[in-house]
Design a protein around this ligand. Structure first.
Ligand code: SF4
Length: 230
């Protein structure tokens, strides 16, 4: 079904084709994050990312993968019979054909979410898609890549996520929440860096500060550990 072509470019982006995508994996699991946590979901993981976050848990998606046509991706997705589909990466928006894939998934009736770093323009994403967009905290090493213009392209059903690795990340997040009035835009998720910050500690901080945000733990890592394809 698929052919293996050239490797992604050195900056982590792949060729900008409109009818096929370089895919690391398509798998069926429980949603581990955001507001559909726990729902059986098909995950479509696109290859390549222009960022290099220090805590990245999907570095295996930086290179490799295989080219699949959009019709092949849709066929693999249909075979699982799920209601929810998450397009993730890597950074999915680094590949041009991500946008038509999202549109086709919505047209097919799926409840679609997109996990994105927040570093690339999200304005072209189909408005039916729930965007789960990161604001990169200082511990990621990539906070200079945050594209704040994206905040204007978020809808109330979207979600903003910050991975908190230590107290200084938390203080930065609190400042961002206040400066940009983030809870007025959409739900804000604070997620403790897995193995870096105890979830209970983060819970205590956000309760003490009366923050209008949600604590998020990554369900799949509690169920199966930090393994690819789960
Ligand atoms: S944006 Fe996501 S995939 Fe890219 S380096 Fe950061 S955590 Fe990893």
């Amino acid at each position: 079904m698929a052919e293996t072509l050239s490797e992604p470019r050195a900056n982590g982006a792949t060729e900008n084709l409109t009818d096929r995508l370089r895919i690391t994996e398509i798998f069926y699991s429980l949603q581990g994050e955001a507001d559909t946590v726990g729902w059986p979901t098909v995950f479509i993981r696109l290859t390549g990312c222009p960022l290099r976050c220090h805590y990245c848990d999907t570095a295996y998606a930086f290179q490799g993968g295989e080219w699949l046509s959009l019709s092949d991706i849709m066929a693999v997705t249909h075979a699982y019979g799920a209601r929810y589909v998450t397009v993730t990466g890597g950074e999915p928006l680094a590949q041009k054909a991500c946008l038509p894939l999202l549109q086709q998934l919505c047209d097919a009736g799926y409840r679609v979410s997109l996990e994105t770093s927040g570093a690339l323009d999200v304005a072209g994403v189909d408005p039916r898609v729930v965007k789960v967009m990161d604001l990169k905290t200082p511990s990621s090493g990539e906070s200079a890549r945050n594209r704040y213009a994206n905040l204007e392209a978020l809808n109330p059903h979207d979600q903003l996520k910050m991975v908190i690795c230590d107290r200084s990340d938390y203080d930065w997040a609190r400042q961002q929440i206040e400066q940009y009035r983030l809870p007025a835009i959409c739900d804000v998720l604070l997620s403790p860096g897995h193995g870096l910050l105890a979830p209970g500690e983060l819970a205590d901080w956000l309760l003490a500060d009366r923050l209008a945000v949600r604590l998020q733990v990554q369900l799949h890592k509690y169920l199966w550990g930090d393994v690819p394809g789960r």
